[in-house]
Design a protein around this ligand. Structure first.
Ligand code: GRF
Length: 192
């Protein structure tokens, strides 16, 4: 069982998808702790419902302490709305992943769905990637494409992308839990 630490700032629907995949035995992993930098994050309640330790911690050094206390082996950022600094990244380099609602490297940063609409792309999607020091720049693990429809608003497009996020995030965690991935430069490859 791979011990996961999930970092959130908000509603936690990706957290929920991860919890469900663990509980249904779809991935050989367990959410050991949920950490939010916001006291009012809805995801904290989701964790409590599943008897998962849930804490509010802001400073990176305290987050690292909390992750170590729970023997976390993989950190999953799931709507964690802060750029990760050195203090948090170094102890978990190669062991920290993020989900982003666009086909990276297009539309990194905030409001990715609005950026896609404003740009006029007809296809966007979501990406799970390893975290490095940049903003949404690390090696890509899995992506899913989502069509943009003519009458889409930011909400309808976000919702369509979210369905795919809930699918590919557990998938990426499963690959890591089964030790199937290796990073070669910018490329993430399947081990033979
Ligand atoms: C998702 O769209 C995720 O890709 C982005 O923030 C949002 C978080 O949603 N990083 P939720 O809190 O998982 O519902």
């Amino acid at each position: 069982m791979l011990n996961l630490g999930v970092l959130i700032s908000g509603r936690g629907s990706n957290l929920q998808a991860i919890i469900d995949a663990c509980e249904n035995g779809k991935i050989a992993a367990k959410v050991a702790v949920v950490i939010s930098n916001k006291p009012d994050a809805g995801g904290l309640e989701r964790a409590k419902k599943h008897n998962i330790p849930a804490v509010v911690v802001e400073s990176e050094s305290d987050i690292v302490k909390e992750l170590k206390k729970h023997n976390v082996e993989l950190v999953c950022l799931a709507g964690y709305m802060k750029i990760v600094g050195k203090v948090l990244l170094e102890p978990f380099r190669g062991k920290m992943i993020n989900i982003h609602p666009s086909l990276l490297p297009s539309f990194p940063g905030l409001h990715a769905q609005k950026q896609a609409l404003d740009h006029g792309v007809t296809v966007t999607g979501c990406t799970v990637h390893f975290v490095d020091e940049g903003c949404d720049t690390g090696p890509i693990i899995v992506q899913s494409a989502v069509p943009v429809k003519e009458n889409d608003t930011e909400d309808t497009l976000s919702e369509r992308i979210l369905q795919q996020e809930h699918h590919i995030y557990p998938l990426a965690i499963d690959l890591i839990a089964r030790d199937k991935l290796k990073i070669e430069g910018r490329r993430v490859k399947l081990k033979k």
